[in-house]
Design a protein around this ligand. Structure first.
Ligand code: CDP
Ligand code: CDP
Length: 218
């Protein structure tokens, strides 16, 4: 198997994981959800009251975390946290924790190790700019904040979470702001990334567009 790396970056709710899963299935690629990794670390820090603003405490905590991903389920030190990491509590802290250099160093190292030598699609914020700057294909997926909040709100509603559309929009806008203005690996489009604005596109249309790009590069 020849290494083939697809980097899929973009803001919250732009459709990255939905598209990445479809592409992975269609081409038998490995899918790496890097956002879930930042969410797992956040869950662990919250659960263990880690004082993450102190670098030493943060480093110590990171030494105690073991992350596992199997069949679309996520485990922290053996505990299945797949549902917990998607809730509003983790969502409201994840960007703050993902901005920490020690956290990023550890996760970027792990992401490179997982993907090396494989046919793989990774979704996140810094895949095309930092994790794999030489990826075979880079996609930057966009959608308006209102559309992204609508999509997320519908997901929360389905799960029975009591949160209003306005709260979801505010949380998304806050995350966009922190993610794109942070010092370490901010969210931005790599110069050689292909931009797709999915605001008015269906999932199938986005998948078709990404597939076309993959086929032209392979
Ligand atoms: O699914 P959603 O777009 O809401 O977020 P996610 O992909 O699960 O990522 C959660 C958070 O992790 C983001 O808001 C970023 O703060 C952080 N993240 C990051 O900094 N770098 C990545 N490669 C992936 C996620
Ligand atoms: O991973 P990310 O946060 O970028 O987004 P996602 O979790 O894949 O997508 C958020 C929601 O938007 C999901 O419920 C998707 O089904 C939906 N979606 C959509 O309605 N239209 C698209 N073109 C892409 C995603």
């Amino acid at each position: 198997m020849k290494e083939f790396i697809v980097a899929l970056d973009g803001p919250a709710g732009s459709g990255k994981s939905t598209i990445a899963k479809r592409i992975a299935k269609q081409y038998h690629f490995t899918y790496v959800d890097t956002g879930a990794m930042y969410r797992m670390i956040t869950w662990f820090f919250l659960e263990n009251n880690v004082s993450w603003k102190e670098e030493i405490a943060c480093q110590k905590a990171l030494e105690q975390v073991h992350l596992d991903m199997k069949n679309e389920r996520f485990f922290v030190n053996g505990q299945d946290v797949s549902e917990a990491i998607r809730g509003p509590r983790v969502s409201s802290y994840v960007s703050e924790i993902a901005a920490l250099k020690v956290v990023r160093n550890q996760l970027v190292h792990l992401q490179r190790k997982i993907a090396k030598g494989k046919e793989v699609i990774l979704d996140g914020r810094d895949i095309g700019t930092v994790v794999f700057p030489k990826a075979n294909l880079k996609i930057f997926l966009l959608a308006s904040a209102e559309e992204r909040a609508k999509r997320r709100f519908l997901e929360y509603e389905e799960k029975g979470e009591t949160i209003s559309y306005e709260e979801v929009l505010k949380s998304i806008q806050e995350r966009d702001y922190i993610d794109s203005t942070r010092k370490e690996s901010p969210l931005r489009k790599a110069e050689d990334a292909i931009e797709i604005d999915s605001s008015t596109m269906t999932i199938e249309e986005v998948v078709a567009e990404v597939s076309k790009e993959i086929e032209s590069k392979r």
